[in-house]
Ligand binder design. Structure first.
Ligand code: MG
Length: 160
């Protein structure tokens, strides 16, 4: 078994789409970034890279690379899962904390969970998406950013 930790933070800006876990959430503000800025998928991808000791998301998907401009982050996660699979590693489960003062994510948690499970090829009972606020503290509390933490457990599988 191997454990990986991932973290991401993106600024909230007016006029951007808000995409979390591959789910577009109706919101007056969205996350700024070179890709679709999906902080949930970025944190999970970083956790997978961490478990596999394959560096970090910036090593593989540099934000000066035009190929990833406005990229669907599902393609980034897919590429990372392939890199891990080449090392005979597959995801057992994932636990995610989304810290956002607004918009309210509670009603969307189930949809995000189902979509992340589908992207990881896991049953939903192996995917946990938790949402909380920052109690008004710091940049997240001031509604300037959304922050995500992810932990992934991976197991080594013997090649068939
Ligand atoms: Mg990111």
């Amino acid at each position: 078994m191997r454990i990986g930790i991932g973290y991401d933070i993106h600024r909230l800006e007016e006029g951007r789409r808000l995409v979390l876990g591959g789910v577009e959430i109706p919101s007056p503000v969205g996350l700024a970034g070179h890709s679709d800025a999906d902080a949930v998928l970025h944190a999970i991808a970083d956790a997978v890279l961490g478990a596999a000791a394959l560096g970090d998301i910036g090593d593989h998907f540099p934000n000066n690379c035009s190929r990833w401009c406005n990229a669907d982050s599902a393609t980034i996660l897919e590429a990372v899962l392939k890199m891990a699979a080449a090392r005979q590693l597959k995801v057992c489960n994932v636990d995610v904390n989304v810290v956002a003062e607004w918009p309210k994510l509670g009603p969307r948690k189930g949809q995000i969970r189902a979509n992340v499970a589908s992207l990881l090829g896991l049953p939903p009972d192996r995917v946990s998406i938790k949402a909380r606020t920052a109690e008004g503290l710091g940049p997240v509390g001031r509604r300037e950013a959304i922050e995500v933490h992810a932990v992934v457990l991976m197991e080594e599988v013997t090649p068939q």
